[in-house]
Design a protein. Structure first.
Length: 312
């Protein structure tokens, strides 16, 4: 695990310095900035992350019958007619996933803060732009890093036990999930993406609003309708061997037993599997809806932050 982590951290570091070098040549002068954030902004942000997870937990709890139905839909899609999950199991698994929902932010933010204070780390505009593009096109961009690492974790059982097991230990899956195992981010250089650990991870509100209020809700919810079945949800509920989140990679299409068995059937039933771009479109739409709810409903969010407090 540590050997893989060092390779990925080397990759992350290389992209950081590469972006720092090329930014003056590829961006207009008005965009050639870098930024760092005070400790107080991070503290406020992490508190909001906890409140967000608690609120999402409460919402999922009061709508538990929907997710029980969603689990049954997943089972039926794989031809498993008599497999159910109890409300007790659902409650315990929902509570477990909510309890470890801060795994990414509570690892990334302290690390970013330490690098800022000890090594002068700053986020450059070019890192932010590439990181944002990766997140917006998440179901396509993950094939270049996450898909490979994800399959490796599943096929190498000791590595799976060290890095990924917490994400799969439950029978069900909920949007309160942190989306990773506890040591998974460390092993992947702090992110399943290539540039986002240096371009988005250290920026307050970025991962919460662009991932956890977006794609994470789309792919980690057992929607109670066959029209909304998704490969990544099935990866959790029926353990399908599709590793590239919602859009099977070329390797998945060629080698996945689940794709060979279920693709044609699911394509007729599910909009997400019939129209591959829908996953990213839905995630992007949720980001927008979430931003409006944060801003107008609770008076918080990236649009409400006093960014002048940052060191530009």
């Amino acid at each position: 695990m540590q050997g893989i982590a060092l390779v990925c951290l080397t990759q992350t570091t290389t992209f950081y310095f590469l972006g720092h070098i090329i930014q003056p040549y590829v961006l207009p002068k008005s965009w050639q900035f870098s930024v760092r954030f005070p400790t107080e902004m991070y503290e406020e942000y992490l508190q909001i992350c906890v409140y967000f997870s608690a609120g999402l937990f409460a919402l999922c709890l009061v709508t538990l019958p929907l997710w029980k139905r969603g689990y049954k839909v997943s089972m039926e899609s794989a031809g498993r007619k008599n497999i159910n999950i109890s409300y007790t199991e659902l409650f315990m698994e929902l509570m477990y996933q909510a309890a470890q929902s801060g795994g990414f932010n509570f690892t990334m933010i302290p690390l970013a803060l330490a690098l800022q204070n000890m090594a002068g780390y700053r986020v450059n505009c070019i890192h932010f732009l590439f990181g944002a593009a990766e997140i917006v096109l998440a179901n396509s961009s993950v094939q270049y890093k996450f898909c490979i690492m994800h399959q490796l974790m599943h096929e190498v059982k000791p590595l799976y036990a060290m890095t990924h097991v917490e994400h799969h230990i439950c029978k069900s899956i909920h949007p309160t999930s942190s989306a990773t195992g506890l040591w998974e981010n460390w092993m992947m250089g702090q992110s399943p993406f290539i540039v986002s650990p240096i371009g988005l991870g250290p920026i307050p509100w970025s991962m919460l609003q662009m991932v956890y209020a977006g794609a994470n809700i789309v792919v980690h919810t057992m929607w109670p309708s066959q029209y909304l079945l998704q490969w990544h949800t099935l990866h959790h509920t029926i353990l399908s061997d599709v590793y590239n989140v919602n859009i099977p990679s070329p390797y998945d299409m060629e080698h996945s037993k689940s794709v060979a068995k279920l693709q044609d059937k699911l394509k007729e039933a599910s909009l997400f599997i019939r129209y591959e771009a829908l996953s990213d479109i839905a995630a992007f739409a949720l980001i927008g809806v979430g931003a409006l709810i944060f801003h107008y409903g609770f008076g918080i969010g990236a649009s409400r932050v006093d960014w002048s407090r940052a060191d530009w």
